[in-house]
Design a protein around this ligand. Structure first.
Ligand code: NAD
Length: 348
């Protein structure tokens, strides 16, 4: 079965100029603008562009949407009588918009400024009592997405690189998803190709707007894949490591991905061939490791705050209630995978 996500996408250099027309199209007259504290200036700029259609700015989004933040933002939306949320930022800010939409059904206009892909998915996550719960709900899918590469110019290389690897991870797992279909597989392969070609330039030549547009195109494809099909062992591992050990989201994806791909190498041969083709011919797992290294992204769990003493427990947690995966989930092999990822070894 294949169903297409019904978002409207406005893409390209200068696309932000269409903001007024897009808000009008949504019929919104009192938009609440969301951002992180770090992107407050960008949110204020959006409010100025919206003029009388802006109801206010809420610049308190943080990673993983704590329930307290979600409830505070919902209260602000209610007090301001908002009829729409405009989320400018990465997955954290768009995630806050989704938490508001989940209970209020306010439409979201998303303006992504990283490559995480959250803007194209009906997946939300909210953290309560140290546990992040995720779900799918059509109400949280942004109605309109404005991709403007100019907005990524301020994204530091140390965030841009891992964020792009996070997008590649969505594409990789879409290729061996249980419910993969020919359309999502085309999008996934093209997403890996676009990100592989653009990320080294995004990181090494921050002024190159064409590379940033290519990376955003890859992020769009990656988000569409994540929103359409189920994910597997890699996302389960990252969810466990991020949720239980508070590791940084995009960096965890970057480190684990080559090892998760290596784990599945014999169980998903066609996916491996497509990943390899998209990487430009390199073997899938090793090629992903080399890509991460070439963009200066972290390569080991040790370097991003994971304690060696927690690896046994992490393997237990990650093998409990596993997601579908092309290769059965085996405790010993997952424990070895985590050891290799902790040490930062090149797989294979
Ligand atoms: P993020 O949103 O946490 O942003 C990281 C930092 O970069 C923040 O301080 C942010 O303000 C800053 N930033 C973002 N864009 C910037 C720019 N252009 N210039 C300067 N600073 C900028 O990072 P992320 O990786 O985009 O999102 C991670 C979160 O998104 C995680 O919680 C993850 O679970 C979630 N996510 C959800 C989905 C989904 O489909 N629901 C998909 C991917 C990620």
């Amino acid at each position: 079965m294949y169903s297409c996500l019904p978002s409207r996408v406005v893409f390209g250099r200068g696309a932000l100029e269409k903001l007024g027309a897009e808000i009008e199209r949504l019929g919104a007259t009192r938009a609440l603008v969301l951002s992180t504290p770090e992107q407050r200036a960008a949110a204020d700029d959006i409010a100025v562009r919206l003029g009388a259609r802006a109801a206010g700015v809420y610049a308190k989004a943080v990673m993983h949407v704590p329930i307290e933040t979600a409830e505070a933002a919902r209260a602000v939306a209610r007090d301001l009588d908002a009829d729409c949320c405009v989320a400018i930022g990465g997955g954290s800010t768009i995630g806050l918009g989704k938490a508001i939409a989940l209970t209020t059904e306010l439409p979201i206009l998303a303006i992504p400024t990283t490559f995480a892909g959250s803007e194209m998915t009906p997946i939300y996550g909210i953290t309560a009592q140290g546990q992040k719960k995720t779900g799918r709900d059509a109400r949280v899918l942004p109605r309109t997405v404005i991709y403007d590469p100019v907005l990524t110019m301020t994204l530091p290389a140390r965030i841009a690189g891992p964020s792009g690897m996070n997008a590649i991870a969505h594409c990789v797992e879409a290729l061996y998803a249980e419910d993969a279909n020919p359309i999502t597989s085309l999008m996934a392969e093209e997403g890996i190709r676009a990100l592989t070609r653009s990320l080294p330039t995004v990181v090494n030549d921050p002024a190159d707007l064409d590379a940033r547009a290519q990376a955003l195109y890859g992020a769009w494809l990656a988000g569409a894949c994540l929103g359409s099909v189920g994910m597997a062992v890699h996302h389960k591992l990252c969810h466990t490591l991020g949720g239980s050990y508070n590791l940084p989201h995009a960096e965890t994806h970057t480190v684990v991905l080559p090892h998760a791909v290596h784990y599945n190498r014999d169980a998903a041969k066609e996916a491996m061939a497509r990943i390899s083709r998209a990487l430009g011919g390199d073997e899938a797992a090793g090629g992903l490791y080399d890509l991460a290294r070439s963009i200066g992204a972290p390569l080991s769990l040790r370097d991003i705050g994971m304690k060696a003493s927690a690896l046994d427990e992490a393997a237990q947690l990650a093998t409990h209630n596993p997601y579908y995966n092309p290769r059965p989930i085996e405790f010993e092999a997952i424990r070895r995978l985590l050891q290799n990822a902790w040490e930062g070894r090149r797989p294979g």
